[in-house]
Design a protein around this ligand. Sequence first.
Ligand code: PLP
Ligand code: TYF
Length: 394
Amino acid sequence: MFEALKPLPQDPILQLMQTFREDPRPDKVDLGIGVYKDDAGNTPIMAAVHEAERRLLDGETTKSYVGPAGSAGFNSAMAELILGSDSPLIRDRRMSVVQAPGGCGALRMAAEFLRRCKPDTTVWVSTPTWANHLPLLGGAGLTIREYPYLNPKTLQVEFAAMLETLEGAEAGDVVLLHGCCHNPSGADLSLAQWQEVTTLIQRKGLLPFVDMAYQGLGEGLETDAAGLRHLAGEVPEMLIAASCSKNFGLYRERTGALALVSATATITSAANSQLLSIIRSHYSMPPAHGAAIVETVLGDDRLRARWQGELTAMCERILHLRHAFAEALAPVGDFDFIARQRGMFSFLRISPEQVGRLRKEHGIYMLDSSRVNMAGLNDRVLPGVAAAIGDVLR
Ligand code: PLP
Ligand code: TYF
């Protein structure tokens, strides 16, 4: 039966990570896959995470099953992280949270849930969006349609076009929004624009679905969630897929959460029971370790403060690199947008051929789309990277 199967190409982002690892040049620069890197180019374990792991190792008494929802302590800590601890949605039990195997697991379980609600659900995604949104949501059988988001010339959000297209969506359609740090563009909605989208979503009876994979890495934990929180305060129903991969540096531990908001505690409880049955039919229960770390960090004042300090330093480092990179590229062209955008990613607006030359001639790796991971830069390599971009642009 298997002999008829054709080999498929890898995920291009993971493929690029592999190619980079195999490149023997000592001065190579990885601006490809979206993992945070420190000044030395490493992706270290955060100190607060390390300490939480040490405590878990000493204090853990069992590895027995937890259940499809994962840890209740993790789930309530995540609810507060996303919505703020004073959220009426939490108080009124209109929001439920389940632990998920990474943001990807949350996205997929949300898609399966949407299909259970309505088998012919349409999800509107931004052009462009994270490439994995297509298999994660489309693979569950949802119809994917696109709304204009990034103007490819100005690299700014084409907000009027976005609204105009969403005017054409039908009641019950789902709108996927990036909570902050839009991947791949770095172009986020302003709070005023979140408010306008919220109004449209309410008026048309659309269902908002927010992918929150970078909370704390744009401008800060609270600011990054401001748009999402406004939306959550206005609409009757909503889904949120959150990832702890970046802001806790837990990538391979596969730690995330799926939050569900409905109009009443009774509806939320019934909807959550459906979600749990979907989880049971996919992987039964999520992995425990990453969530136990997050629960430990967020549940201890001292560890939490330490984690927040580390996260702030990561966020500030990215902001610094954005400004330094835009400045270094100023003689080469108009790259001001890099300083205005947020999160790890921006496009350089150069051709795939120029991207190929950077890789081949200069050992500088970025996605073919010219998406760069800012965190892969540092003050030592930055002038050389800017010069190489100048070289391929000449
Ligand atoms: N959503 C976006 C936009 C992402 O960039 C990522 C990536 O890392 C995720 C979701 C999910 O990540 P993970 O499954 O590693 O938590
Ligand atoms: O966009 C990125 O680079 C990150 C990391 O299959 C990532 O979101 C990339 C590919 C993938 C999973 C995570």
